[in-house]
Design a binder for this molecule. Structure first.
Ligand code: SF4
Ligand code: SF4
Length: 184
């Protein structure tokens, strides 16, 4: 199955001219201490037209899309929306940083599963993701590293064994395709 975002042409990232580098976005970001670029630095680079530097950063893939930054921004500059746009453009151009390529692969498989089945079947998603990741990096330890979590997830009903599908999968596929087009 083709990746769900392969038929769309991303728009250029607009420079966030309203940002005045106050840093409130970074102050509220839960991953700011763990990334190579903090949100206000991403905004500064985009203002300076340094889009390629942002697309090559790990930050856009470490962002957990909590929208704290956009909620806190006094200028409505929407850093979270720009992170999202940069992720989409990064996928399209194939510029994701080496350290986040597994994250990109997981996102592709997650969206492909939603598009195909209308919902995420955890076991199927894990199997597809792990198999493709193994083919890429050949790491058997990483293939098995999450297996010890399975009993606890099953006990808490956080892992579905059935892989259910929704009835109108074609409708969900159209929604996914449309949202990806509008996202970019
Ligand atoms: S994006 Fe908003 S919160 Fe972040 S530095 Fe710019 S103006 Fe401040
Ligand atoms: S949406 Fe991303 S960049 Fe913004 S606060 Fe959340 S994790 Fe940080």
């Amino acid at each position: 199955m083709r990746p769900p975002d392969s038929s769309v042409i991303p728009a250029p990232i607009p420079p966030p001219t309203s940002c005045y580098q106050c840093g409130k976005c970074t102050a509220g970001c839960p991953v700011a201490d763990l990334v190579d670029l903090m949100p206000h630095q991403v905004m500064g680079l985009l203002q300076a037209g340094e889009v390629d530097a942002v697309l090559a950063s790990e930050m856009i893939w470490r962002c957990v899309a909590c929208h704290q930054c956009s909620d806190r921004c006094p200028k409505n500059a929407d850093p979270a929306g720009l992170m999202d746009a940069c992720r989409a453009l990064s996928v399209r151009r194939g510029t994701a940083a080496p350290g986040v390529r597994r994250t990109v692969l997981f996102q592709r498989e997650f969206l492909a599963g939603i598009r195909r089945d209308g919902r995420v079947g955890e076991l199927g998603l894990i199997a597809r993701f792990k198999t493709k990741a193994l083919a890429r990096d050949g790491s058997v330890p990483r293939l098995l590293q999450d297996a010890p979590l399975a009993p606890r997830l099953l006990a808490r009903r956080r892992l579905s064994l059935t892989g259910d599908r929704v009835r109108d999968r074609a409708l969900v596929a159209r929604i996914v395709d449309r949202s990806l087009r509008e996202d970019q």
